[in-house]
Ligand binder design. Structure first.
Ligand code: SF4
Length: 381
């Protein structure tokens, strides 16, 4: 008989491929590191910016599907285990009570029927909420093809729900997850979550999704086109990007891994959508539809649009300031506030509001003139 600790080791380890927050640990060699907090306890950044520790675990690693990239695929030969709702709820309570975790991220492989698995996940969360009176953060994964009533219960119980698209369109998904139907199993369910939000069942953390980057041969443009339409049409809160890493023993074990720089560029572009007012049509892609890896996407855009610059820091609108490399939303807000009191005269004034002055210098006018770059900024000191 397997003890609880063994189960959580196996099901916590299996949950690591799902990204649940923007807190990405990257090692010196360019690989993700295990969380310093333990294999199944992860730091995650909350929608309000707080960082908390989540128990991140699968309900079960038994799966009837054979997604080509996945370590839990039914073709893999390893030990399969499942939690009972009672035991997982009790385990979470013990970890929460002893202050080791502050929230839960619960996902699952598809052990037989989606409805049965999701019912067990919901039962677990109900016990945690009602019996153990836990009012903190719970992120629930919605499994492909879940029914409307299951999704309705999930949004009533959770603070955030997510459904992983994994690929940007039906053709790409077919290449890596042939049993999942993009429109029927995934997108339609995301639309239901939006519909429930419109009816007042809006989860605090909204809905999110994840793409496996590079497994299906898709371009960045395909991923970003889909992500931007999800932000616009479904009110998606966040898209997460997970650079494909081959898992030994899967059909994609010899497929080259995706560089973490590509993943990073996608996150930078995602910020441009959400915080800088960029649209996908404005981005600069190479002939393959990918973002250049050498420079960040905002700098690439600025270098390709000399007609926008230089921008006068003392008179520019917020939208114009946000187009300047080195000026972010916080520094733009501070510029707009402080320039009512004094003019911005040189690059030190820009640095003082948190802008990266060395990056902004060639794109701005300060006091009506192109700024002189001080020596310490030229050398990045
Ligand atoms: S449905 Fe696909 S991605 Fe999900 S656990 Fe099963 S094989 Fe993995």
């Amino acid at each position: 008989m397997m003890d609880l600790f063994e189960k959580i080791e196996i099901l916590g380890q299996a949950a690591q491929y799902d990204i649940c927050g923007s807190y990405l640990c990257q090692g010196k060699a360019g690989h993700r590191q295990k969380s310093p907090l333990g294999r199944w306890i992860y730091p995650a950044v909350m929608p309000d910016g707080r960082e908390i520790r989540l128990l991140k675990v699968l309900m079960s690693n038994v799966c009837e599907n054979d997604c080509l990239y996945c370590c839990n695929s039914c073709t893999q030969d390893f030990r399969r285990v499942s939690f009972q709702p009672e035991e997982l709820a009790r385990l979470f309570f013990q970890l929460w009570h002893s202050r080791r975790v502050q929230g839960l991220f619960l996902s699952s492989a598809v052990a037989g029927n989606t409805e049965t698995v999701m019912t067990r996940m919901l039962e677990t969360v109900e016990i945690i909420r009602w019996r153990y009176r836990f009012r903190g953060y719970i992120h629930l994964k919605i499994l492909p093809g879940a029914s409307f009533s299951i999704i309705e219960q999930a949004v009533r119980l959770a603070d955030r729900v997510s459904l992983n698209l994994e690929a940007p369109n039906p053709q790409r998904l077919q290449k890596i997850a042939p049993q999942k139907q993009f429109d029927h199993d995934l997108l339609s369910r995301m639309k239901w979550i939006r519909k429930l939000a419109d009816q007042g069942w809006r989860t605090r953390g909204g809905q999110t999704t994840q793409f496996v980057v590079g497994a299906a041969g898709e371009s960045d443009k395909e991923i970003l086109t889909t992500a931007s339409s999800l932000y616009r049409d479904l009110g998606l809160r966040r898209a997460y990007f997970s650079a494909f890493q081959p898992v030994p023993g899967t059909p994609l074990e010899n497929h080259p891994p995706t560089s973490l720089i590509r993943e990073h560029r996608l996150y930078q572009t995602d910020f441009l959508f959400r915080q800088y007012g960029f649209s996908v049509d404005e981005l600069i892609f190479d002939s393959q539809g990918n973002l250049p890896l050498k420079a960040d996407p905002k700098l690439t855009w600025a270098l390709n649009h000399p007609e926008w610059f230089p921008i006068d820091v003392n008179t520019a609108s917020k939208e114009q300031l946000l187009r300047v490399p080195g000026i972010g939303p916080k520094s733009a807000r501070r510029i707009l506030k402080l320039r009512r009191q004094h003019r911005f005269r040189d690059l030190k004034d820009l640095s003082a509001v948190g802008a990266i002055a060395s990056r902004s210098a060639q794109f701005v006018l300060l006091n009506g003139k192109r700024p002189q770059m001080p020596k310490q900024l030229q050398f990045g000191l």
